[in-house]
Design a protein around this ligand. Structure first.
Ligand code: LLP
Length: 401
C-alpha cells in the first residue's frame, strides 16, 4: 500500500503510529474538480475549514483560487498565519462570540454569515458604524441525508433564521446601513449523494434572495448553498458518488442570475486521508475476534459518534484467507472503529490502514484519555512533509494550571 508514492510501512516507521497521511495529489485533484466545475458554471468555491485545517494546509491553499469558510478564531488564526487574505474568508457559526463578531468588524474576514436575530442584534450593537458585508443564513427546511431529502418547516434544524424572524432581521439590517446584506446562505447536510437536495436548497435560497431584494436590499446578489457533497466510503458502494459538474449545473439552473457559491469540506479532503495504526493485540473469542489498535475514538470519533463507515485494510500482504474481525481503539470504552475482513494471520505489530479519513477526523480529534493527538503528514511524489507533529505529553498538559 502506497500513499503519494511512499509505502505505508515507511511512513509508519518514520512518523510513528497512529498517524494521518494526506495524499496531496488526491487532495489537489479533488479540489481541482470543484474549481473546474466552478469555472464552467460560474460557481465560486470555498473550502470548509472544519473538515481539516492546519497551518500547512492553509499555506497549500494560499496560492489557489479558493475561499475558506471559518467558524472560529482558531480557524481564522490558522488562515492568517498562512497569509490568506481576509477578503477570501467567510465567518460562519451558529452561536458566534463577541470576539468573533469583533474580528469581522476589524476586517479579519471578508464576510459574516449571520445565523439568528439574536446574533444580528449583537452585530448591530458591536458595529459602531463600521461597515461589514453580511449574509443571512436561511433555514430553508431542506434537509438531506445521504440518499433522501425532506422539505420540512425547518423545525428540526437549529441552523439559520426561522421564517418568523425574517422580517425582524430585515428591519435590523435596514436600521444599520453600514451592514451590507450581500446574500443568503443555506446548507443541506453532509454526505449527500443526490443532486436534487442541492437544487431544491438553491431554489429555496433564490426565493429568499428575492425577498431580500423586495425588502429593499438591492445589493443582495449572492447565494451560498453550503457543502455536503458526498464521498464514497466503501470501495464497492458504486451508487455513493456525486458528480460535481452535474450538481453545479443543477444549482446554476435553480438560480440562473445569482452569484453562486459552494463550500465543500469533506469532498475535498476525505479521500486524500489514510490513518495508519499498529495492531496492539488480537483477542479471539468464540463469536468475535477483536483487533485492538494504538489509536481509536480520540483520533477518529466518527464511527462512535455517527456509526460512520471507514474501510479498513491490512497494510502488509498475506496469503491467508480473510476472517471477519472488529477493529477497536485503545480507549477505556467500546470504541469500535469498524468491522473488516482481514487476513486470518493478522497479529500484534502489523499495520492497518483506515481509509477516507482526511475529513472530520483530525479536526474532531480530542485528548480523551489524555492521549496525544497524532501527526498529520502530507505526501506527494514520494516525499513526505510533516504538517503537524505528534503531540507530546507536555502538549497534553499545557493548559493545566
Ligand atoms: N458549510 C456549512 C455551513 C457546514 O455546516 C458544513 C458542514 C460545510 C459547509 C461542509 O460540509 P461538507 O462538505 O464537509 O459535508 N462531523 C461530521 C460532518 C459535519 C458537517 C458539519 N457542517 C462528520 O464527521 O461526518
Amino acid at each position: 500500500m502506497t500513499i503519494g508514492g511512499l509505502s505505508a510501512e515507511s511512513l509508519a516507521k518514520r512518523f510513528g503510529t497512529p498517524m494521518l497521511a494526506i495524499d496531496l495529489d488526491v487532495f489537489d485533484a479533488a479540489l481541482d474538480d470543484f474549481l473546474r466545475a466552478g469555472e464552467r458554471h460560474g460557481v465560486r468555491v470555498s473550502y470548509a475549514a472544519k473538515a481539516l485545517l492546519v497551518t500547512a494546509l492553509a499555506r497549500h491553499l494560499q496560492p489557489l483560487p479558493v475561499g475558506i469558510d471559518v467558524v472560529s478564531l482558531g480557524e481564522l488564526a490558522t488562515c492568517e498565519r498562512a497569509g490568506i487574505e481576509a477578503s477570501r474568508l467567510t465567518l460562519h457559526g451558529a452561536g458566534k462570540l463577541d470576539d468573533e463578531i469583533a474580528a469581522a468588524f476589524e476586517g479579519r474576514v471578508g464576510r459574516l454569515v449571520v445565523d439568528s436575530v439574536d446574533e444580528l442584534e449583537r452585530v448591530v450593537a458591536l458595529s459602531a458604524g463600521r461597515s461589514l458585508d453580511v449574509l443571512l443564513r436561511i433555514n430553508t427546511g431542506i434537509e438531506a441525508h445521504t440518499h433522501e431529502f425532506i422539505r420540512t418547516a425547518g423545525d428540526d434544524s437549529k441552523f439559520g433564521l426561522a421564517p418568523r424572524d425574517e422580517a425582524r432581521a430585515f428591519a435590523l439590517l435596514a436600521s444599520q446601513p453600514s451592514l451590507r446584506l450581500v446574500g443568503v446562505h443555506g446548507h443541506v447536510g453532509s454526505q449527500v449523494y443526490e443532486i436534487e437536495p442541492f437544487a431544491a436548497n438553491t431554489q429555496a435560497l433564490a426565493a429568499a434572495l428575492t425577498r431580500c431584494r423586495e425588502a429593499g436590499f438591492h445589493g443582495a446578489d449572492t447565494i451560498v448553498t453550503g457543502g455536503g457533497f458526498g464521498v464514497r466510503m466503501h470501495p464497492s458502494a458504486g451508487d455513493e458518488t456525486l458528480d460535481v459538474d452535474r450538481t453545479f449545473a443543477a444549482i446554476r439552473a435553480a438560480a440562473p442570475h445569482a452569484k453562486l457559491e459552494v463550500e465543500p469540506g469533506r469532498a475535498v479532503v476525505a479521500e486524500a486521508g489514510t490513518s495508519i495504526y499498529r495492531v496492539m493485540a488480537i483477542k479471539r473469542f468464540a463469536q468475535r475476534t477483536f483487533v485492538v489498535v494504538d489509536g481509536g475514538m480520540a483520533d477518529n470519533p466518527r464511527p462512535a459518534l455517527y456509526g460512520a463507515y471507514h474501510h479498513i485494510r491490512a497494510v502488509g500482504t498475506s496469503s491467508a484467507a480473510d476472517i471477519a474481525v472488529t477493529i477497536c481503539g485503545r480507549s477505556c470504552e467500546n470504541d469500535e472503529l469498524g468491522d473488516a475482513l482481514l487476513p486470518a494471520d493478522i497479529r500484534a505489530g502489523d499495520l492497518l490502514a483506515v481509509e477516507t479519513t482526511g475529513a472530520y477526523t483530525y479536526s474532531m480529534a480530542s485528548n480523551y484519555n489524555r492521549f496525544p493527538r497524532p501527526p498529520v503528514v502530507a505526501v506527494t511524489k514520494r516525499e513526505a512533509q510533516l504538517w503537524t507533529r505528534r503531540e507530546t505529553i507536555e502538549d497534553v498538559l499545557r493548559a493545566d494550571v
